[in-house]
Design a binder for this molecule. Structure first.
Ligand code: CA
Length: 227
């Protein structure tokens, strides 16, 4: 289990890193908001612990940006004791829980474990990126509120991209997971499948969400209006 700690205060960061490592987690730390967001975008963490008051980019905007990108990573916000407004806003923006400073490590650990348990249950229930919605259990996909009918293979491909939203999914991983084999990735079977999926998802002028990373694979993310 991999945890990212975004905390600018060196003492707190070291304390969290030590405690969580001793509790059996793999811990990365970032010391400002920009670095934290970069790390959160570049690596798939099981959980992120994020201070609110950070240099360069505050914790609330990190929460907002990760949720906008479709990242479902459980997020625990750490706030100063008197910043109740921040806690409320943080939860509104998509944080999963918050903890007020100063806190006992045992309490943090209990919250972390509870969030990880909840995430394991919630995982793969539904996904949303921009106006794309996917209900996994009912295999229902909608774009801007309109139902999109997908073949089982197209659905499997979309689900894989959603599970790794905002990350590049390598071609070999896709062929392995969607076709159950590792066929020659030079073949254009995958490209054809992606093209069909795109054409269904980009109906009615909806903007592209699946992007090609040449020679590597594909990434599903919302790059805004000018993508
Ligand atoms: Ca701080």
């Amino acid at each position: 289990m991999k945890i990212l700690v975004i905390e600018d205060e060196p003492k707190s960061a070291a304390f969290l890193q030590l405690g969580l490592t001793e509790a059996g987690f793999v811990v990365d730390t970032a010391t400002d908001g920009a670095q934290g967001l970069g790390a959160a975008r570049g690596t798939e963490y099981d959980l992120i612990i994020c201070d609110v008051m950070l240099p360069k980019r505050d914790g609330l905007s990190i929460v907002a940006e990760l949720r906008r990108l479709g990242r479902q990573t459980p997020l625990l916000l750490v706030t100063a004791r008197n910043q109740i407004d921040d806690r409320v806003r943080g939860l509104d923006l998509g944080a999963d829980d918050y903890l007020a400073k100063p806190f006992a490590f045992a309490e943090l650990l209990a919250r972390v474990r509870a969030l990880l348990r909840r995430a394991a249950i919630r995982a793969a229930d539904s996904y949303q990126v921009a106006d794309l919605y996917c209900d996994v259990r009912h295999r229902r996909v909608e774009r801007a509120g309109r139902r999109v009918d997908l073949t089982p293979r197209e659905f499997a491909l979309l689900l894989l991209l959603l599970e790794h939203a905002a990350e590049v999914v390598p071609r070999v991983l896709i062929t392995d997971r969607v076709w159950g084999m590792n066929f020659d990735s030079d073949t254009n079977v995958l490209d054809v499948q992606v093209r069909r999926l795109r054409s269904k998802l980009e109906i009615h002028g909806a903007r592209p969400l699946i992007h090609t990373v040449r020679g590597v694979g594909y990434v599903l993310e919302d790059r805004g209006l000018d993508a």
